[in-house]
Ligand binder design. Structure first.
Ligand SMILES: Nc1ncnc2c1ncn2[C@@H]1O[C@H](COP(=O)(O)OP(=O)(O)OP(=O)(O)O)[C@@H](O)[C@H]1O
Length: 251
């Protein structure tokens, strides 16, 4: 389980995260939804130890990300908003290096590499150098890198960005399998259909806070919305408008 408590972060005196609290349970897929600029990437970067918060804590079971970063990374797969791929390497060489950095060797490494190649359909890319890769091809490699060490926790920032229909299907299948194996999975997305199909729990972020959470069906019920998109718009933008009104005319 990943536990997030009281996360705060500002940029240039503007509060982006204003006390974020949520859990990402084992064996479940949790999705973070929010408008552009709501603070999702900032939140995910703090979770994965890429950024330091001004307040709050993130625990991966008993370990805290700010204190035990390396230990946690052994069990954590990440896709961040800024992917740096080594363009001179082939996919096979690149993933081999990452697998070694995660402590894999010998048969275990060969098995792990074959497993991501097959599960993500990377055969055609395997021996190609990454220079000139399309956005979707780069995302596939990033996904393989995130999964190669069979992590228990997954934190993925918009993992379907740039992927074609087949690749999205493969990703969906992979995430469902990892959920069934007990992994704790958190991803952000703007695509309502995939959120609805994949999520056990949805968190709606607006103006630096989690303003709603629940199953996709539960969120729709909470505001009597016909679709998850309608519920999201109500929670994300409705609460922003209400906050603004309250600030302008305090009771
Ligand atoms: N390093 C930074 N310096 C200054 N401002 C930043 C920095 N990083 C993020 N911000 C600002 O913080 C806010 C939240 O950004 P963030 O990238 O977390 O949003 P997001 O919810 O991921 O958005 P999107 O859906 O567009 O990817 C934005 O207004 C952004 O401009």
């Amino acid at each position: 389980m990943i536990k997030v408590r009281g996360l705060k972060k500002s940029f240039a005196n503007t509060a982006v995260l204003r006390g974020i609290n949520f859990d990402v349970p084992d064996g479940k897929i949790t999705t973070l939804l929010g408008a552009n600029g709501a603070g999702k990437t900032t939140c995910l970067r703090i979770l994965t130890g890429l950024m330091t918060p001004e307040g709050g804590t993130v625990h991966f079971d008993a370990l805290e990300i700010q204190k035990e970063t390396q230990q946690i990374r052994r069990r954590l797969g990440v896709i961040s908003d800024r992917e740096g791929l080594y363009e001179r390497l082939t996919v096979a060489e690149y993933l081999d290096i990452f697998a070694s950095m995660q402590g894999l060797g010998g048969e275990a490494k060969a098995e792990a590499l074959a497993s991501v190649r097959d599960s993500l359909g990377l055969d055609g890319l395997w021996s190609r150098r990454m220079k000139g890769f399309s956005q979707g091809e780069r995302m596939k490699v990033s996904l393989a890198r995130a999964l190669v060490h069979k992590p228990h926790y997954l934190v993925l920032d918009e993992p379907t960005r740039g992927l074609d229909v087949l690749a999205v299907r493969l990703l969906r299948k992979t995430l469902n399998e990892l959920r069934d194996q007990g992994c704790a999975i958190l991803f952000s997305s703007h695509v309502m259909q995939e959120v609805e199909e994949l999520s056990d729990q949805v968190l709606v972020m607006s103006a630096g806070r989690i303003v709603a959470s629940g199953t996709p069906g539960g969120l729709k019920q909470q505001c009597a919305a016909a679709s998850l998109e309608d519920a999201f718009v109500e929670f994300a933008y409705g609460s922003e408008a209400r906050d603004k009104r309250a600030e302008e005319s305090p009771a």
